[in-house]
Design a protein around this ligand. Structure first.
Ligand SMILES: Nc1nc2c(ncn2[C@@H]2O[C@H](COP(=O)(O)OP(=O)(O)OP(=O)(O)O)[C@@H](O)[C@H]2O)c(=O)[nH]1
Ligand SMILES: [Mg+2]
Length: 399
């Protein structure tokens, strides 16, 4: 590493360090030179302009990592892990990216792929030497192998955990106007994010906040109270509430404990899914609705009695979030692209199994190869330019 100044003609731009990394001991396995200057925007702009003037060109998005892949230094799943690592917003996502970068995904895929090659070889032998291996015998061995492969792959697919790690958990607070949704959002966030008043219909637009539990990001959305209204602004708000509900991992129905449950609220209660929950708010007031009331209709749901005015009472809500956000944190696959490829592989393996039931074993060969191709897409053993463009276009320039 050399120390010096960087100058445009006689004008000194900055002090700098320059380092030369000789192939193959560099990130891309090519000769790489790096200039290090102070990080101010203007310094960087001038130094960059100078390099461009001297004949350099800007790197494309992800170009360094793409070169590292093309030069065989890393497989495609590791290249993507670099991107996940840089953009990780939660601790779980960072950990998953490191595992992937250390090769967890690639090793799993290559092992599975080897097993599949063995089955393909067995099938080829059965086709080529019909006098030595009968169709029934060949089909029997293949069926056993396929069933085991499908089991292994399916155990590795945990869509829910993968999505929570990758996208976080979306929780939507909904219910009648004035039940205390915004007060609860603020209390959970520890921040006066949403406007609270005693006027029903205060919240018009959805309000979002983010908290982290055990390394999983939880996005809380406060919504406009659901009611029939003539007010055009509030009506749009109610529409947005319904959309937020559709996209929620967990819907939290908020009830006002100091009031009787209304007809619409019973209906909403009935429509909750098993992962949703009920919060009875305003426990500091005289109670007309209790957990017992809710249980008469739904005893399968988590129901919590709290007061937005008493932060201590919200501990159980936080605990509920923490439990709901529990994930299998040793997943081989967390990236949507990989999950999609694994699911396609499983689909073709299943098709191959079905073929064995109704046709001669040789007819299964095509599906076995399709499954092999899908697995190859993950590590990049089988890729085309289009796939590479799609993967690397998500990178930022200079990575
Ligand atoms: N006593 C008591 N009052 C509460 C509690 N939570 C909220 N409130 C009051 O209830 C009123 C409505 O609270 P908000 O949080 O604005 O209710 P909201 O559900 O967001 O209402 P909209 O936005 O109109 O749908 C306010 O006056 C709050 O101070 C509580 O736990 N106890
Ligand atoms: Mg509100």
């Amino acid at each position: 590493m050399m120390y010096g100044t960087i100058s445009d003609g006689s004008e000194v731009l900055d002090e700098c360090m320059a380092v030369l990394m000789r192939a193959p001991a560099s990130y891309t396995r090519e000769d790489v030179a790096e200039i290090q200057v102070h990080g101010g925007t203007q310094v960087l702009n001038r130094v960059l302009a100078l390099c461009l003037k001297k004949g350099a060109r800007m790197a494309e998005a992800g170009e360094f990592t793409r070169r590292a892949f093309l030069n065989g230094r890393i497989d495609l799943s590791r290249a993507e892990a670099v991107m996940s690592l840089i953009s990780a917003r939660g601790e779980q996502e960072r950990r998953a990216a490191v595992r992937q970068m250390e090769g967890g995904t690639a090793i799993f895929v290559r092992e599975t792929s080897e097993k599949l090659y063995a089955l393909q070889a067995g099938l080829a032998a059965c086709i080529d030497y019909p006098e030595e291996i009968s169709d029934e015998e060949g089909a029997g061995q293949l069926r056993e192998g396929l069933e085991e492969l499908i089991r292994t792959l399916q155990e590795a697919i945990d869509q829910r955990s993968a999505r929570l790690i990758h996208d976080g958990m979306r929780v939507t607070l909904f219910g009648n106007p004035n039940v205390g949704k915004s007060s609860l959002l603020n209390a959970l966030l520890g921040q006066e994010k949403a406007i609270v008043t005693d006027i029903p219909g205060t919240t018009r637009d959805t309000v979002d906040g983010e908290i982290t539990f055990e390394g999983i990001r939880v996005y809380l959305t406060d919504t406009a109270g659901l009611r029939e209204t003539e007010d055009p602004i509030e009506r749009i708000g109610v529409e947005r509430s319904r959309n937020a509900l559709k996209n929620a991992d967990i819907a939290l129905l908020i009830l006002d404990g100091s009031r009787e449950i209304s007809m619409e609220e019973w209906e909403r209660l009935a429509s909750l899914r098993k992962e949703d929950a009920v919060i009875i708010n305003k426990s500091d007031l005289e109670q007309k609705t209790t957990e017992e009331t809710v249980k008469t209709l739904r005893d399968d749901l988590r129901c919590m009695t709290v007061s937005a005015l008493d932060p201590g009472s919200l501990r159980k809500v936080r605990e509920f979030f923490r439990k709901s956000a529990e994930v299998n944190d040793h997943l081989a696959f967390t990236q949507p692209r990989h999950l999609d490829a694994v699911e396609r592989a499983v689909f073709h393996l299943r098709e191959a199994l079905r073929t064995l039931d109704i046709m001669t074993p040789d007819m299964a060969a095509v599906d076995l190869q399709e499954a092999q191709n899908a697995l190859g897409e993950i590590t990049g053993d089988r890729v085309d330019e289009k796939l590479l463009d799609a993967v690397f276009s998500g990178f930022c320039v200079g990575k």
